[in-house]
Ligand binder design. Sequence first.
Ligand code: SF4
Length: 220
Amino acid sequence: MEIEKYEVPSSNEIDIAEALRINSLREASQQPISDPDSWLDEEIRRNVLLTTVDYVLDWARSRSIFPLMFGLACCAFEMIGTATSRFDIARFGMDIFRWSPRQADLMIVAGTLTWKMAPAVKLIYEQMAEPKWVIAMGACAISGGTFRESYSVVPGINRIIPVDVYVPGCPPRPEGLIHGIRKIHEKIYKQSVQKALADRKAELGQKVSSLKDIGRVGGR
Ligand code: SF4
């Protein structure tokens, strides 16, 4: 049997082979390999916006107001007209009138409010989700209108609940109500979660300190 013979390279030849490999790698590595995630930079530039929490919340709230399904008298027909295709309040993301006050954050008081009806309207307002807004639509809701001197009519809805925007007229046209809604949007844009939290904290702080005062007085 014939045994195959191998030439054992000298240490000099091993050194030369190694140097050749190193030189060849060095020549092929003159430029850095491009970042496999570099496409992300461009995507991020095109898709990421930096803004404040206040701005995003105010924008979302102003574009998702849910009005309460609620009308008291003739002005209500103009309010209903505002939701039809000609005036189309769906443009503002508020075409869904809610039946439940817990799912609504805008009360449009459209019509004459009687004292008999007043407790129900106040209760509905109190059941609405926070933050909430109120529009007094028409002369009757604003001041009692023609029936102001009547024994049975509330001379202005602001006697029982706070009003954010007044829309005058008898009745106001849908364009007037839409103008009032835009004014509500402006109010929403001026809100600040940070400020609301700070106010709440200050309010709670005052309550705690007054409780401590009561405790001190009681302890004497
Ligand atoms: S303001 Fe005029 S239209 Fe509106 S509820 Fe009163 S009377 Fe009717």
